[in-house]
Design a protein around this ligand. Structure first.
Ligand SMILES: [Zn+2]
Length: 215
């Protein structure tokens, strides 16, 4: 993420109560789609924006506004001191495509994904043998045809196509609702033999750069 212009959004009720303050440095449309899934979205009457240069400055400004106005639907800086910097995570469901609260979802690495990746890696190693010495150039084909990593996914408990059938690695979303939780899981998963062949890095990056809090 670049440190360019960041937009601060203020959502107001019809009676000009500040309901929610959030920031985003990505496209307005995507962010609004995300916000429109919030249960309080119907109460939003109008929005105003401020542009701030620098993400750090934007975060400071957001915090200041929240402390000053105490918007009803901000929890990030609006609650008890202990919870002040805890952001609760939302995940996008791989089945229905909607965002949901982490606590109502699970994270999984399906067994079929691990098996697919193992099989493709085996074939890849045979087809594109590694260079014979560390000085030899790596053939372009070897890099270009590297198998896609085994993919983690997030699913609503309610959307789970087969609640009894989890055969891969499963994390209850109630234990993965904050960045701190994800840090714990990252440390834990790094001990696993198969971990490097998965796209966990992509998954957690998406959580780091996900903008906005939630009620
Ligand atoms: Zn779903």
């Amino acid at each position: 993420m670049t440190d360019g212009s960041v937009t601060i959004y203020k959502f107001w009720s019809a009676t000009d109560e500040l309901l929610y303050v959030g920031i985003t440095s990505r496209g307005l449309q995507r962010w609004q789609e995300h916000m429109a899934t919030k249960p309080w979205w119907e109460e939003v009457h109008h929005a105003t924006v401020e542009h701030v240069v620098g993400r750090r400055q934007a975060l400071e400004r957001e915090r200041q506004l929240i402390r000053q106005f105490r918007p009803r639907y901000n929890v990030v800086h609006n609650t008890a001191p202990v919870a002040q910097y805890v952001k609760l995570l939302d995940y996008r469901c791989a089945i229905c495509g909607e965002f949901g609260r982490a606590e109502e979802m699970f994270i999984e690495l399906p067994r079929a994904e691990v098996d697919r990746h193992d099989a493709e890696m085996k074939e890849w190693e045979e087809r594109y043998p590694p260079p014979t010495s560390s000085w030899s150039p790596v053939p372009w084909e070897r890099l270009a045809n590297m198998p896609r990593p085994a993919s983690w996914r997030t699913v609503h408990n309610e959307c789970d196509p087969d609640p009894e059938g989890h055969s891969g690695y499963y994390i209850d979303g109630r234990n993965a609702a904050t960045h701190e939780d994800l840090l714990y899981w990252t440390a834990h998963l790094m001990e696993k033999r198969w971990f490097a062949g998965t796209d966990w890095d992509v998954f957690i990056s998406a959580q780091v750069y996900q903008d906005g809090g939630r009620p």
